[in-house]
Design a protein around this ligand. Structure first.
Ligand code: NAD
Length: 492
């Protein structure tokens, strides 16, 4: 298990020798002591990235792509070990890390490996006598700061497009779950990425993270995390005019109409909220259900919810693991207390599980509460296995409830009415909408939000644009320049 910083192609200790513990959320034991990057280490990483940049950005795009494809293969070959590492560090059940997260990581690196020599510039038909060509240029060194919930996938979402476009990266994984990102860096070194192109600096937000944000040689910050930290990063970046891309929180609306396929909607709703213990920015954390089907729908959903198998995330039969840290578990539980204070009703869950085998872990039962749309429980991101329910009578009312939050990341709806599906999808205020499904992602489909969910996009061509700057070059082929000043005519 790799536990050191990855700087300039080598695994190294922190300059001051500091380390921090990463905890196994299943039983609260120390999983590893990881080198803790601080400002001096970030500075070393940025210097390494800056010196690697000229050669990396000039390398043939197909060769950059080939390295990304090799990394995708190496991740696939390592799937069992990498999935287990991710599971131990995050608590995400191995059936998902093995079946979804690691394969998706490989697929995303592969997508951007293929993209490297296909993302091309253009020629603009300007006035006669000129050739104007536009080249997407890499930005230089980019700083990438990610949260703890899907750390292995985020390496590919962030590094895939940045590297394909010719940038060098300094990435800070979360202090809660840094191990899989270090393993991806190790695999990248093994497949031949030049030293300095990828640098991994695990550490804390206030030290390593803040230095990445402030560093004058970093051209862009791509940040995934909470809205509060995203806002503080945008404020800090204002002074240097550094570019910022923000993927922030969410409070996903999931609307179930009375003509929906109930079995599919129940299944999709449970997955939408409880997958990864609800620790997903696009989680379906608000169920907005038509009053005519509410009782039947909730009965089926609660039956399914109570049958979800909580347990050791390393067990392939486990469907729901622990929350990722004790602090986060406490935060989720405090939202539960708040909901009850606000007059909400707990329909199922709401406690730590009774199973004594789970007593040392950070487990919370899958929880559904009924509350009013303007309560804090219904407005604030909880980021746990916690779903609020509201009933509606009309399509307009459903949309009003859905759109009446500050967030605008993902949202979904279930209906058999084709026109309504398109109409509601159009009117939902969100960056991503799923019809008769929930939480679909693909490396080609833009991922991001509106409102306080941030700006900019991961994935697809949009991500390549995030990591490039279009340079227009004008060539005078045979244009006669106008004589601006009679006394100083252009030379023959
Ligand atoms: P967080 O904002 O606390 O931390 C995210 C990262 O930022 C961590 O690496 C942390 O160390 C770092 N950080 C903290 N303070 C910093 C500072 N002042 N300067 C620089 N870096 C700093 O978020 P979290 O608790 O790790 O993750 C949960 C949040 O992430 C939720 O709000 C969730 O919605 C959001 N999220 C968003 C997306 C998305 O794509 N929109 C995806 C996953 C998670």
């Amino acid at each position: 298990m790799q536990q050191k910083l990855f700087i300039g192609g080598e695994f190294v200790d922190a300059a001051d020798g500091g380390t921090f513990e990463t905890i196994d959320p299943h039983d609260g034991t120390v999983l590893a002591n990881v080198a803790e990057a601080r400002a001096a280490d970030v500075d070393r990483a940025v210097a390494a990235a800056a010196s690697a940049f000229p050669a990396w950005s000039r390398m043939a795009a197909a060769d950059r792509g080939r390295l990304l494809l090799r990394l995708a293969d190496a991740i696939e070959d390592d799937v069992d070990a990498l999935a287990l590492l991710e599971t131990r560090d995050t608590g995400h059940p191995v059936r998902d890390t093995r079946g979804l997260d690691v394969p998706r990581t490989a697929a995303t690196f592969r997508y951007f490996g293929g993209m490297a020599d296909k993302f091309q510039g253009s020629v603009v038909p300007v006035e006669q006598g000129f050739l104007d060509y536009v080249v997407p240029e890499p930005l230089g060194v980019v700083g990438q700061i990610v949260p703890w919930n899907f750390p292995v996938m985020f390496t590919s979402w962030k590094m895939g497009p940045a590297l394909a476009a010719g940038n060098c990266v300094v990435m800070k994984p979360s202090e809660i779950s840094p191990l899989s990102a270090l393993r991806v860096a190790e695999l990248a070194a093994e497949v031949g990425f030049p030293p300095g192109v990828i640098n991994m600096v695990p550490g804390f937000g206030a030290t390593a993270g803040a230095r990445i944000v402030d560093h004058p040689a970093i051209a862009k910050i791509s940040f995934t995390g909470s809205t509060a930290v995203g806002q503080s990063i945008a404020r800090s970046a204002a002074d240097s005019l550094k570019q910022v891309h923000l993927e922030l929180g969410g409070k996903g609306a999931n609307i179930v109409f009375d003509d929906a396929d109930m079995a599919a909607a129940v299944n999709g709703t449970a997955f939408g909220i409880f997958h990864n213990q609800g620790q997903a920015c696009i989680a379906a954390s608000r169920l907005i259900v038509h009053e005519a089907v509410k009782d039947e729908f909730l009965e089926r959903l609660i039956t399914l919810t109570r049958s979800i198998r909580l347990g050791d995330p390393k067990d392939p039969a486990t469907e729901m693991g622990p929350l990722t840290s004790s602090q986060h578990r406490d935060r989720v539980m405090s939202h539960l207390a708040l909901t009850e204070e606000e007059g909400g009703t707990v329909l199922t869950g709401g406690h730590a599980p009774q199973d004594r085998a789970l007593a040392d872990g950070f487990y919370v039962e899958p929880t559904i509460v009924e509350t009013v749309p303007d309560s804090r429980a219904a407005q604030e991101e909880v980021f746990g296995p916690f779903m609020v329910v509201h009933a509606f009578k009309t399509e307009d009312e459903a949309l009003r409830i859905a759109n009446d939050v500050a967030y605008g990341l993902g949202g979904g709806l279930w209906t058999r009415d084709l026109s309504r599906a398109h109409r509601v999808a159009r009117d939902l205020r969100a960056g991503m909408v799923w019809v008769n499904s929930y939480k679909r992602v693909n490396p080609g489909s833009p991922f991001g939000g509106v409102g306080v969910s941030g700006y900019g996009r991961e994935m697809g061509f949009e991500a390549m644009r995030e990591y490039t700057s279009p340079k227009a070059t004008w060539i005078n082929i045979d244009a006669q320049l106008p004589a601006y000043y009679d006394r100083n005519p252009p030379r023959e």
